[in-house]
Design a protein around this ligand. Structure first.
Ligand code: ZN
Length: 347
């Protein structure tokens, strides 16, 4: 399987995130992607290429132009406020809630940062824009290669993407790589595309982007949002709106869920995708479902991921894999490569 590797991902290096009232070191670190790359190379799972270059208009197929403009200039604005900010990450601290205005773009930088985000756990750094944009290019490149006839391609990138919405960042995500890939598949001729999200966390950004559309099915299995991040979306009764009614499937599972129950839910999602008659598949590949993950609560073991890959291959669809979460740094390479190797075995 061909991998498009984001060779600029380490430009995004958050120093701290807000966690239980304290600023703590970020869980989302550059070593995550490095470990996956090392493991893919060690197993010789396929060619590894840099992304093609796209202009920012490609990003606005999914993201609002004013949001893309904000991300592009945010670091320079932050440092212009105070040169000392160059040594600090930018974190939002104020947000509009129900009944507040989001149509008026504030001049104040902190207010704009809050308008375009939903948590204080996602530091914006000097290299965030360059890393995120190159990551989006990886997803677009992978979609392009699948449209050209490859059975599957993998976008190995960070920061991850599935929490990012049309005009908001959060959950370590800035640009929604999986949504960009799905849109590229649609634009390239696939009539119906399924996005299957197997990260531990619900992909609230992806769901929001496609919620009222019938041409993209979003299916996700994830920790129950009543107790698990991102909390405010991911319930089973969210099934889509308008033309998209019936095109959103959430399968929340309790903390502590093991492989057997999780794998049965995966089967349910894959049956929904088959019933939808999807012509292409995007997999939001998070491996924070692993038992050893420091911020998640499922109990998958490393060997289980081979079976996950085999089940995904059995769907028989041209597939784009997009790297999302997975914070057990010592295992993230093995677990991710196990999914891809299982897929190749069966494809
Ligand atoms: Zn996650």
């Amino acid at each position: 399987m061909i991998t498009f590797y984001n060779d600029r991902h380490s430009l995004h290096q958050g120093r701290v995130e807000m966690f239980r009232g304290a600023l703590v070191p970020c869980f989302e670190v550059a070593a995550r992607a490095d470990r996956v790359l090392d493991e893919l190379r060690r197993r010789r799972l396929g060619a590894i290429e840099p992304a093609q270059v796209f202009d920012d208009v490609a990003l606005t197929r999914i993201h609002a132009p004013r949001y893309v403009e904000f991300l592009r200039g945010a670091w320079d604005e932050w440092v212009a406020l105070d040169p000392a900010n160059g040594q600090r990450d930018a974190l939002p601290s104020v947000w509009p809630v129900r009944g507040h205005r989001s149509d008026v773009l504030p001049e104040n930088f902190a207010a704009r940062m809050g308008l375009f985000s939903f948590d204080a756990g996602t530091p914006l750094t000097a290299g965030t824009w360059h890393a995120a944009r190159t990551g989006a290019w990886c997803a677009l490149s992978a979609a392009g290669r699948v449209l050209a006839g490859e059975r599957a391609a993998f976008a190995l990138t960070r920061p991850p993407g599935h929490h990012a919405g049309q005009d908001f960042f959060g959950g370590y995500c800035f640009l929604n790589n999986a949504a960009l890939a799905a849109q590229a598949l649609r634009d390239g001729g696939a009539g119906r595309v399924a996005v299957l999200d197997i990260d531990y966390h619900h992909g609230n950004g992806t769901q929001c982007i496609f919620y009222d559309r019938a041409d993209v099915l979003y299916a996700s299995l994830h920790g129950d949002p009543r107790s698990e991040y991102p909390f405010y979306l991911g319930h089973a009764d969210e099934t889509g709106a308008g033309a998209g009614r019936g095109c959103n499937l959430n399968l929340p599972l309790p903390r502590g869920t093991g492989f057997e129950t999780w794998f049965a839910a995966l089967g349910q999602a894959l049956r929904a995708i088959a019933g939808y008659r999807a012509e292409a598949l995007v997999v939001s590949l998070g491996v924070d479902t692993f038992a050893g993950d420091p911020i998640s609560g499922f109990r998958l073991q490393s060997d289980d991921y081979f079976q996950v890959g085999e089940a995904l291959a059995a769907a028989g669809l041209p597939s784009v894999f997009v790297f999302e979460g997975g914070y057990a740094v010592d295992a993230v390479g093995i677990n991710t490569a196990n999914v891809l190797e299982g897929f190749q075995r069966r494809a």
